[in-house]
Ligand binder design. Structure first.
Ligand SMILES: Nc1ncnc2c1ncn2[C@@H]1O[C@H](COP(=O)(O)OP(=O)(O)OP(=O)(O)O)[C@@H](O)[C@H]1O
Length: 567
């Protein structure tokens, strides 16, 4: 019994933690005594009971905490592998908190207007810099509500495991309350801001290593008028595409799969890719590019990619001949990449998986290598051959390179149109109802070169067009092309003001020195780039350039870097 009376102290000696819980210690000790357990075992029993209690407390504590949190806090999470993450980053760069946060990260990769560091001692020619809240915890207000944001970097090993070099991040935004409304509002606002950013741009998506679409870049829209090919060909393709996009019901009524395919083939550097980008911009569609030479492209991922394209888009398969043969040391051999070739490609293009409503564009420099099944009507509805430059194309390229500066009336007209567009941009929602200036230009553009050498295989013209000969651009429900941004318009006017105009005589002279069907348009463009604002120097040097390059036929199809590729 002596030991009994001294029990609280002995508890503290044997298990100091239990000293803080005398009643439990006493209960355990008296139980141990009844069971005839020795002193040493009693201490062990007490520790076991304590451990159990802590575990139970933790479990219930966590559950109770999560329950209370669920009742009083709402949280939204964004993962850097998902596009919504870019919406939030883009949104954050504009939020006043980003310019006030004492812990901030600096980024140059969010290419958008605003938040540019200019003036105040900084060089205006430096690339734009954006401020974002640094990884960690932040508090800010949004519509008079207090929100918190936690930006966390996932460990490097987790990033590597997910196959990306960029650090994986998550952003969580939360607030007190039970309604998700405020966070949903923030998400939709961020999404709209992000989409608005692309109003005057064409967004290009490509497949990542998991076979999922990932936004790779966005380019300012290229006006169709800058593609120097016969305008009747441009008009025909544009009309056909517009017509297709407004004819869903027509296809559905007749049970015809609602899709359209174009094949652009011919000389490298003749403008096939540029034309497709300009067409997509004109139609207000984003481009989804599949590269068949991609080693990680398997049959399954190809099918998945096609299935995952959105309903309205332009699906571009470049150099489609890569699906069939690969050139190895001058010999054509059967392609041995994981992608198994023709049949799977055909299945992906027109199988059940094929997404309705999309325009499929394929390009190739070797139409002779394509399987006839791939380009049969139904898969390919229109074929256009792109050839080496004619004299007419050379002349037009020259004129476009050295345009006359805008006259005062033109500037005035452009400014008032700009004001109007800016007004519409401010007041309209994402879908603008403006007719692109480029569509109008194209409709009015006179034919400057005979389309005689150009092959447009229109055996299978649109059936909807046969029923309704009204030009697609003048019909209701035609998808409205997205307008050029005012910043782009201003920049283009500045360039035009500074440029030295070529005279029609100079253009004629230049064209007369370019042999027909010899050089690619890309090669001519490359030559003119050397004399950006000096048409007279271009003329002075062109014969020597022609002579020199005729000796080396490889240069006749030389490609120059595409000036549009910069983000
Ligand atoms: N018809 C053209 N009109 C205006 N620019 C052209 C034309 N053809 C080529 N270019 C210019 O040449 C460059 C390369 O053109 P593009 O990549 O569109 O050619 P491509 O036919 O797709 O070549 P490849 O078959 O090698 O992919 C671009 O910068 C483009 O601006």
């Amino acid at each position: 019994m002596e030991g009994h009376a001294a029990m609280p102290y002995s508890i503290s000696r044997r298990g100091p933690a239990l000293a803080t819980l005398p009643p439990i210690g006493l209960i355990v000790a008296s139980l141990a005594e009844r069971l005839g357990v020795g002193e040493f075992a009693t201490g062990g029993l007490q520790l076991a009971v304590l451990g159990g209690l802590v575990a139970v407390g933790r479990y219930f504590g966590g559950t109770i905490y999560a329950y209370i949190k669920k009742r009083i806090v709402v949280t939204a999470e964004f993962d850097s592998r998902d596009e919504s993450y870019s919406w939030i980053l883009n949104w954050l760069t504009d939020h006043p908190y980003s310019t006030k946060a004492t812990q901030f990260s600096v980024s140059t990769s969010i290419c958008r207007a605003g938040q540019r560091l200019t003036g105040e001692g900084l060089d205006a020619h430096l690339p734009p810099v954006y401020f974002l809240p640094a990884p960690g915890f932040h508090l800010f207000t949004y519509h008079s509500r207090i929100l918190w944001l936690s930006r966390d970097r996932v460990s490097k090993s987790a990033s590597a495991a997910s196959g990306t070099n960029a650090p994986l991040e998550t952003i969580k935004i939360g607030t007190f309350g039970r309604s998700r409304h405020i966070l949903e509002r923030l998400v939709f606002e961020a999404q709209k801001k992000y989409i608005d950013r692309d109003q005057s741009r064409t967004v290009v998506y490509a497949a990542d290593q998991y076979g999922a679409w990932r936004r790779t870049r966005s380019r300012p829209k290229r006006p169709l008028s800058t593609i120097v090919i016969p305008s009747s060909i441009k008009r025909h393709l544009l009309h056909d595409a517009h017509d297709f996009l407004r004819s869903e019901q027509w296809y559905s009524d007749r049970g015809i799969p609602y899709r359209r395919g174009y094949l652009l083939y011919g000389t490298p550097g003749s403008g096939k890719t540029s034309f497709i980008h300009a067409l997509a911009g004109e139609l207000g569609l984003n481009i989804y590019v599949i590269n068949l030479s991609n080693k990680s492209l398997t049959d399954d991922t190809l099918a998945e990619l096609v299935t995952d394209t959105p309903t309205r888009c332009l699906l571009l398969i470049e150099d489609v001949d890569a699906a069939f043969v690969q050139r190895v040391k001058g010999q054509d051999v059967v392609n041995n990449i994981t992608f198994s070739g023709k049949s799977r490609l055909l299945n992906a293009i027109d199988g059940v998986a094929a997404q309705e409503g999309r325009i499929l564009c394929m390009t190739t420099n070797h139409i002779d290598r394509l399987d006839p099944a791939l380009i049969r009507p139904g898969r390919i509805d229109l074929r256009v051959e792109f050839t080496r430059a004619s004299k007419e194309q050379a002349r037009e390229l020259f004129e476009r390179f050295y345009p006359p500066p805008p006259s005062e009336e033109e500037e005035e007209a452009e400014c008032s149109a700009e004001d109007e567009i800016a007004h519409v941009e401010r007041t309209s929602a994402v879908e603008s109802k403006l007719i692109s200036p480029w569509s109008q230009e194209l409709v009015q553009e006179p034919e400057t070169m005979p389309p005689r050498r150009w092959t447009l295989d229109r055996r299978l013209t649109s059936t909807a067009e046969m029923l309704d000969p009204t030009p697609a651009t003048s019909r209701p429900n035609s998808p409205s092309p997205r307008p050029m941004s005012s910043a782009n318009r201003r920049a283009s006017r500045m360039v035009r003001r500074q440029s030295v105009a070529a005279t029609p005589e100079q253009a004629d002279l230049f064209a007369s020195m370019i042999p027909n069907d010899t050089f690619s348009m890309a090669a001519l463009q490359g030559f003119l780039m050397e004399y950006k604002s000096r048409p007279e120097l271009a003329i002075a040097h062109v014969s020597a350039w022609v002579e020199q390059n005729l000796k080396d036929p490889r240069t006749s199809t030389t490609n120059t870097p595409d000036p549009d590729t910069e983000e």
